[in-house]
Every structure is written in structure tokens, then in C-alpha cells.
Write a protein that binds this ligand. Structure first.
Ligand code: MLT
Length: 266
């Protein structure tokens, strides 16, 4: 589906299934294609809205400067258009950063949270510098060049060649401008750690046991700071747990949706 939001941004999104609304926020530098194993199997259990964030997949890039708050604005506008008052947010890595931006902006719109392979802290100076280099690579050498460099860290060492090729082709199809804009936005994001103690909705923190970018120890710290949180470590998964080990990831998502449904009945 395609929509032009009231503030002019164009988004492509998937809208699949029925029941509890769940917004799936993808990782960098991918697209809603990250969620194919959720979109194809969980439709009888929940309604999944999976946008290609601006500048990724079928959603055109917008000019710099850009902040994570802009992506959050897009998600809120999409929910308004779809008449969805409250939704579970499931954000993987960059998707988690956007979930934090939404939590700050509009906590009343969030009924549950799945924070996968992500972190609440801001970038270090070293990471910011690396993002500037990566933005230059994307703009000067192309999206495929950057994707090729990033891929080894995105999946567990045992990931199949087929999955690696699929991820590479998703990332390579993204416009370099969208990739550079997201790098810029992630580098400028604030520290969301103080928000963790404010989270009042059912939450699940998911992490791949072999996640090299946002390791289990870091996810555990985030989980410990959230009142109603469950912690799920997925064996044999790296940073992209949703697509690497979909059965285990889906189980965690369904369990969260059940808790959200139970909470709404009380
Ligand atoms: C992601 O998977 O979204 C990225 O690893 C996030 C980041 O670069 O911090």
C-alpha cells in the first residue's frame, strides 16, 4: 500500500492480518522486507502495519537534515490515517530507536513494546564518526558497497548464504540518500535510558544470542530497567533475530500480544 501523509512524506507499507494492531519498525539499512516471516505467518493472530521508513524500500528519501523524530512523525501520521488509536510497537535496532522517539512523543498511543536487538543509549563519539564514514561510502560508492561491509556484523556466523544474499539485495535496493539520512538521524539521537523507568506497558526485550552489535548483556540492562518486561534471548541468531530465527521471534511477539490483550481486559 502507498500513502502520502499530510506533511507530504510518501510511505509504502504492508498492512496484513487482523486483531491487535502491531507496528513493525525495521532495522537499518533494510526495509519492511525484514518482517516477511512475521507478515506471512502471524496474520490470524494480529494486524501488522510494517512501513518502509522514509528513504527505504518503496518510500522515497526526503532531504536532510532529518532526525529520528521525523520517522516517529511518519508513524503517528500513518496510525492516524489508519484510524488506529493504540498499537504495540515492535522495533528492531533502528526501529527500536524510533520506538523510543515515539515513547517520548506519544506514550498514550503505545499499548505494548517489543524492543529487539536495540539499545537505549546514544552513540559514542567513535560511532558517530563511523556513521559519517558510512554515509560517505553510501553516497560515493553506493548502497550495495555499504551493505557488503555491514552484512558480516548483522547476522550470526552460521547464517545461510541464501539469507545473506536476501539481506544484501534488500539493502542494496535502498537509495543512498535514504541511508545517509538515517545515519545522520541515528548519530543525533538522544540517550533514551531515562525513559526506560517510565515504560508502563507490557514489554519484551528480545536479542539474538550472537548479536555482535547490540549484545545480550546490553539488552539485559535495558530489560532490568523496565517494570513489566520479559527477556528473550534467541539462540543461533545475530542482530537480525526476526528474520534469522522467525519461529522463536514470533513466539515472543505472540506472547507479548497476549499480555497486551490481557492488560486491556483488566
Ligand atoms: C540497525 O540494525 O538498525 C543498526 O545496526 C542500528 C545502528 O546502526 O545503530
Amino acid at each position: 500500500m502507498h500513502v502520502t501523509l499530510p506533511h507530504g512524506v510518501q510511505l509504502r507499507y504492508d498492512d496484513a492480518g487482523s486483531g491487535q494492531p502491531v507496528v513493525l519498525l525495521h532495522a537499518f539499512p533494510l526495509s519492511a522486507a525484514l518482517w516477511r516471516a512475521q507478515l506471512s505467518t502471524l496474520g490470524d493472530r494480529m494486524r501488522m502495519i510494517a512501513p518502509d521508513l522514509r528513504g527505504f524500500g518503496g518510500s522515497p528519501a526526503t532531504p536532510l537534515p532529518q532526525s529520528l523524530d521525523d520517522y516517529a512523525t511518519d508513524v503517528l501520521a500513518l496510525l492516524d490515517i489508519l484510524n488506529i488509536e493504540r498499537a504495540v510497537l515492535a522495533g528492531l535496532s533502528m526501529g527500536g530507536y524510533i520506538a523510543f522517539a515515539l515513547l517520548l512523543r506519544a506514550p498514550e498511543r503505545i499499548s505494548g513494546l517489543l524492543l529487539a536487538d536495540t539499545r537505549a543509549t546514544a552513540d559514542s563519539e567513535e560511532t558517530r564518526a563511523a556513521r559519517a564514514v558510512n554515509a560517505r561510502i553510501a553516497l560515493e560508492e553506493g548502497s550495495a558497497a555499504l551493505a557488503g561491509r555491514m552484512l558480516p556484523n548483522l547476522v550470526a556466523p552460521g547464517a545461510s548464504e541464501a539469507l545473506r544474499a536476501e539481506l544484501l539485495s534488500i539493502a542494496a535496493a535502498n537509495p543512498p540518500e535514504g541511508i545517509a539520512a538515517a545515519l545522520h538521524a541515528m548519530a543525533a539521537r538522544p540517550d533514551s535510558t531515562p525513559l526506560l523507568a517510565e515504560i508502563r506497558v507490557p514489554t519484551t526485550v528480545v536479542v539474538g544470542a550472537e548479536d555482535a552489535l547490540t549484545p545480550p548483556a546490553e539488552a539485559q540492562v535495558m530489560h532490568n530497567a523496565i517494570a513489566d518486561s520479559r527477556f528473550v534471548v534467541i539462540p543461533h541468531a545475530g542482530h537480525l533475530s526476526a528474520i534469522e530465527r522467525p519461529a522463536e521471534f514470533n513466539l515472543a511477539l505472540v506472547e507479548l500480544v497476549m499480555r497486551v490483550e490481557a492488560a486491556s481486559r483488566t
